[in-house]
Design a protein around this ligand. Structure first.
Ligand code: GTP
Ligand code: MG
Length: 138
C-alpha cells in the first residue's frame, strides 16, 4: 500500500476548507494516516521547495506558504501518489478537470489549495521532512 505527502495550503486553510478538501481525499479512497496543522517557517518553505529555487516564482511561493497555517498530511491507499494528483487536478485551476480540488477551490496557479508528492522518492523525502515514524498511524 502506497503513501503520499499532502499539504493543504494557506489559501485553503484561510477559507476554512480543510474539511471539504479532506472529504475529497476520503471519497477517493485515500486514508489520512497522519495530519497536523503547523505554521511553516520561511526556512522550512525554502528547503521544501528547494527544487524550484531557480524559478521566478520561488520567493513568492515561499512567502505564500508561510502567510497562514498549513495542514501537512500523509495519505495512504492503492496508488496513492497518482490518485492524489488526480483528485488535486492540474496545477493551474484554469486547466483542472471538473470535480477536482483545484477546480473547485483554487484561486490561481500560485494559490492552488493543495500540494501532493509527484513520485515515490519525493513522497518518502517529503513525509520524512515533516513527520516522524511514530506520528504516522496506518
Ligand atoms: P505541487 O503539487 O505543489 O508540487 O504542484 P505541481 O507539481 O502541480 O506544480 P509545480 O511543482 O510545477 O509547482 C509547485 C508549486 O509552485 C505549485 O503548486 C504552485 O503553488 C507554485 N507555482 C507554480 N507555478 C507558479 C507560478 O507561475 N506562479 C506562482 N506564484 N506560483 C507558481
Ligand atoms: Mg510539483
Amino acid at each position: 500500500i502506497e503513501r503520499t505527502f499532502s499539504i493543504i495550503k494557506p489559501d485553503a486553510t484561510k477559507r476554512n476548507l480543510t474539511g471539504k478538501i479532506n472529504a475529497k481525499f476520503e471519497e477517493a479512497g485515500l486514508r489520512i494516516v497522519a495530519q497536523k496543522r503547523i505554521q511553516m517557517t520561511l526556512e522550512q518553505a525554502g528547503q521544501f521547495y528547494a527544487v524550484h529555487k531557480e524559478r521566478p516564482f520561488y520567493g513568492e511561493l515561499c512567502e505564500f506558504m508561510v502567510s497562514e497555517p498549513v495542514v501537512v498530511q500523509v495519505l495512504e491507499g492503492e496508488g496513492a501518489i497518482l490518485k492524489n494528483r488526480e483528485v488535486m487536478g492540474a496545477t493551474n485551476p484554469a486547466d483542472a478537470e471538473d470535480g477536482t480540488i483545484r477546480k473547485e477551490f483554487a484561486l490561481s496557479v500560485g494559490e492552488n489549495s493543495v500540494h501532493g508528492s509527484d513520485a515515490p522518492e519525493t513522497a518518502a523525502e517529503e513525509i520524512a521532512f515533516f513527520f516522524s515514524g511514530l506520528e504516522i498511524v496506518g
